[in-house]
Design a protein around this ligand. Structure first.
Ligand code: ATP
Ligand code: MG
Length: 335
């Protein structure tokens, strides 16, 4: 791939505002890559959001603007990154249909990401077919613009792996058409939620959002899980699995101070309130500039929609080119 053009694609499901997990899992790399790549795309994955929100179209619609705002507020620059809406590029759906033939039901059911998300949502056999097949649609999201580098969180790696199987099968059957896809995982591949249990996720309601106010950040941190056995300040406390320390490790730049605090906490004599107050200030420092820029941008939603409209036009041009090539390869280029 070294000699090839670096084409980056990333995206978010418009199911809610973006949180710190997005920031450390993917957005930091999106920012880096929009400067380094030959071409960068950012997709608002509304079709994918509908796969488990078919009955909530309003939610998906509202959040298209929200996720675009979050990305712009973090520094995604529409001059460097083509920002577009998935449903407005129908070629992606067309490509999905063609890819459906290359994947078996058994393989889809084995995908660890799909498996764990199905469990979270309590689907079992009543899973919407669109949801079960989203990795195939995601392969089309990536490949419609010949993308070959994807900044993602760790939870998405099995989906990329499956997309690469589609690449290999497609190239074997129809001739060399797509590059294999590389991923780039952020410094924190999987940020745990404030509940300490699972991945921070929009759908699980366990996130600290990039738009949260100081008051909300404080409330969330104050309610964070620490060590249930650390009742009195003098008690020795556990650092492992303690969400406050997990976050300090990631977001607090003063590593030496954090390591001293950990020692003190383990020995006893350091209260939860002290470390929580520190974390509130640390997170406020990360979020405040994003929140402020976001509030500015949110004053003009039409301008944001225009960015998406313009980007979508550009994305469609790429899509048409790829589809011509794909149709020729599959021998369905009739007229
Ligand atoms: P949903 O619950 O609707 O699936 P989500 O919070 O998982 O929402 P997505 O839109 O599915 O967010 O994910 C967008 C990107 O952010 C993906 O690349 C994903 O891997 C990454 N990401 C999401 N949550 C985390 C997390 N907690 N840690 C690291 N990366 C994450
Ligand atoms: Mg997700």
């Amino acid at each position: 791939m070294e000699n090839k053009r670096k084409i980056v694609l990333t995206g978010d499901r418009p199911t809610g505002r973006l949180h710190l997990g997005h920031f450390v899992g993917s957005i930091e790399n999106r920012l880096k890559l929009q400067d380094e790549a030959d071409k960068a795309f950012y997709m608002v994955a509304d079709i994918q959001a509908l796969t488990d929100n078919a009955e909530n179209p309003e939610k998906v619609r509202e959040n298209v603007l929200e996720v675009a705002l979050d990305n712009l507020a973090c520094g995604i620059n529409p001059k460097k990154t083509t920002m577009f809406i998935q449903s407005e590029v129908p070629e992606i759906a067309e490509l999905t249909v063609l890819f459906l033939n290359l994947v078996t039901l058994a393989r889809l059911k084995r995908n660890p990401t799909v498996k764990s998300e199905m469990k979270d949502k309590g689907y079992e056999e009543n899973v919407p077919v669109g949801f079960l097949t989203y990795p195939i649609s995601q392969a089309a999201d990536i490949l419609f613009c010949k993308s070959n580098l994807i900044p993602v969180g760790e939870d998405q790696l099995p989906v990329i792996e499956q997309a690469n199987e589609i690449v290999d099968d497609f190239n074997r059957i129809y001739g060399q058409t797509f590059d294999r896809i590389k991923h780039l995982v952020g410094n924190t591949p999987r940020l745990v939620g404030i509940d300490g249990n699972s991945k921070m996720s929009k759908s699980l309601g366990n996130g600290i959002y990039l738009s949260d106010s100081y008051e909300i950040i404080s409330k969330k941190v104050m309610n964070m899980y620490t060590d249930p056995k650390h009742i009195h300040v003098q008690d020795p406390g556990k650092v492992e699995g303690n969400v406050v320390f997990t976050y300090l490790d990631i977001f607090d730049n003063k590593k030496e101070e954090v390591s001293l605090l950990k020692k003190q906490y383990e020995k006893g004599g350091l209260g939860d309130v002290v470390i929580k107050k520190r974390l509130i200030e640390v997170l406020e420092k990360v979020i405040a500039p994003i929140r402020e820029k976001r509030a500015e941008l949110a004053k003009n939603p039409k301008a944001v929609m225009r960015i998406l409209e313009k980007g979508t036009k550009e994305a469609r041009k790429e899509a048409k080119k790829t589809m011509q090539e794909v149709k020729k390869a599959i021998k369905i280029d009739y007229f």
